[in-house]
Write a protein that binds this ligand. Structure first.
Ligand code: DGL
Length: 281
């Protein structure tokens, strides 16, 4: 048993899409979340930059004494997982791609046509192809970068014609032209536009890594006897730019959650420069 919190991080608010599944599956667990909202998006940046940002955040979470780190960001998982695991060998670090790849390999029928959508960096890395390839899939895989989705989602432009047009711009040829039957939401921001995708492409199966990763969290913690056993928690949400957008999005994502309605959570602004000067980073 281990009652320390689990650390989650993302380039912004995308990783928050995993938290309701954690609440549902493992209600006793407490969370420290870090959204790098001041430097989002990561998905069009150089890998060296993403590496240095994500190392800083992982170091911070380790200093917060988390028992496990979940990289709730496909872009970081695709590019920095091995390095973060090597750098922090004492703490389990889980990327979001491998659990989703395993799920895709098990649910897609032979002959399926599977699409992966994600940021430029995730798609260029072919990390999903590589992980799925380990299961010797009997289906075809297609990939498409959709870089304008994240800035729109961070701005809360979701239930809106601009978002629908952007989806069609990137995805009409991709989904319809390739006759896809299934897609993986290869960016943790994308579950926030799942309803748009279902409306625009009815009948398309959607695999959501933000929910699937929680099954792996549970497996790893129970194998190591590290599940928490009390529910007296306060989740803490750090953002490097604690903007109104970030707080509004938390309200939106957790609209049905009792803890959030009772405001049993803390929001903290994390001043990157100040913390760096203080030696915390
Ligand atoms: N949410 C992130 C992901 O899963 C990254 C978005 C971004 O910063 O570009 O890839």
């Amino acid at each position: 048993m281990d009652n320390r919190p689990i650390g989650f991080f993302d380039s912004g608010l995308g990783g928050l899409t995993s938290i309701p599944y954690l609440r549902r599956e493992l209600p006793e667990e407490r969370v420290i979340y870090f959204g790098d909202t001041a430097r989002t998006p990561y998905g069009s940046k150089a890998v060296t930059t993403i590496r240095s940002f994500s190392t800083e955040i992982a170091e911070f979470l380790v200093k917060c004494n988390v028992k496990m780190i979940v990289i709730a960001c496909n872009t970081v998982s695709a590019t920095c997982l091995d390095e973060l695991q090597k750098r922090f060998p004492k703490i389990p670090i889980l990327g979001i791609i491998s659990p989703a790849a395993e799920e895709a390999a098990s649910v897609c029928e032979p002959g399926s046509r599977l699409g992966i959508i994600g940021t430029k960096v995730t798609i260029a890395s072919h990390a999903y192809q590589e992980f799925i390839g380990r299961f010797d899939p009997q289906f075809r895989i297609y990939e498409e970068a959709c870089p304008a989705f994240v800035p729109l989602i961070e701005e809360g432009i979701i239930d809106n014609e601009i978002m629908d047009m952007t989806i069609r711009y990137y995805m009409d040829d991709f989904v319809l032209g390739n006759q896809l039957d299934t897609i993986i939401l290869g960016c943790t921001h994308y579950p926030l536009i799942k309803a748009n995708l279902t409306r625009i492409y009815p009948g398309l199966n959607i695999i959501n890594p933000s929910s699937i990763v929680i099954g792996q969290v549970k497996r790893i913690l129970s194998e190591r006897d590290m599940l928490a056993d009390h529910s007296d928690f306060t989740d803490v949400f750090y953002a490097s730019d604690l903007s109104e957008n970030f707080i509004n999005m938390i309200d939106h994502i957790f609209a049905d959650s009792e803890e959030f309605n009772e405001k049993k959570v803390k929001f903290m602004n994390f001043d990157l420069e100040k913390e760096r000067l203080n030696g915390l980073l």
